[in-house]
Design a protein around this ligand. Structure first.
Ligand SMILES: [Zn+2]
Length: 197
């Protein structure tokens, strides 16, 4: 595998930097005001925020997208599949309710539309990353995952495979079927330890 995977702990969210030979993709962010945390986590790998070219948000909950706008202003491009577009602002009101002035909503015009079916070509051309974005609803309707050809998958808050049976949720089960069908064997979550499947 030629991608490097770096877990970055930002509060209770584990973000991941997937670094390809020609570009880097950040999976998720922490809450608003976590830019400094992200910077210090990158420093542990002797990197800084400038290494981040693209951002992929596994789903638009506040603990996964809080600093997307700050990153956009630093030149990071949000990759946005159309299945996520209706959900981008669904929970902005939570920050507004908490009077969190540090949070600023995402501007869709800064984002780059990336459909799952075009993602393999895009990631290869722009980052040298071999993999694809897939829709994996279950935790939320807008949930997506990044699946690398190495068998690594970044699934956000999808329920771990060893617990999926407990839920009897058809959507969750079909998302897992999709991931296993793509040869996934090491799963990276946003809040739980890695799982081998
Ligand atoms: Zn979460």
């Amino acid at each position: 595998m030629h991608e490097q995977i770096m877990p970055l702990r930002c509060g209770h969210t584990i973000c991941y930097l997937v670094k390809g030979p020609t570009g880097s993709l950040l999976i998720d962010t922490g809450f608003a005001e976590s830019l400094g945390q992200l910077g210090s986590q990158l420093k542990m790998y002797a990197l800084d925020l400038q290494i981040v070219d693209y951002l992929l948000v596994t789903h638009f909950h506040p603990d996964h997208m809080g600093i997307a706008r700050d990153l956009a202003e630093l030149g990071v491009t949000l990759l946005l599949p159309s299945c996520q577009v209706p959900f981008v602002h669904q929970l902005d009101h939570m920050y507004a309710r908490d009077h969190n002035r540090a949070f600023r909503p995402i501007r869709e015009e800064d984002a780059c539309r990336l459909e799952p079916e075009d993602s393999r070509k895009f990631l290869s051309a722009h980052c040298g990353i071999d993999g694809q974005v897939v829709q994996t609803p279950g935790h939320s309707p807008d949930s997506i995952s990044l699946v690398l050809d190495s068998g690594d998958a970044f699934v956000g808050d999808l329920c771990p495979f060893d617990q999926v049976e407990l839920y009897g949720d058809v959507q969750m089960e079909s998302s897992w079927e999709k991931l296993l069908g793509l040869g996934v064997h090491l799963v990276h979550f946003a809040h739980w330890p890695d799982e081998r499947v």
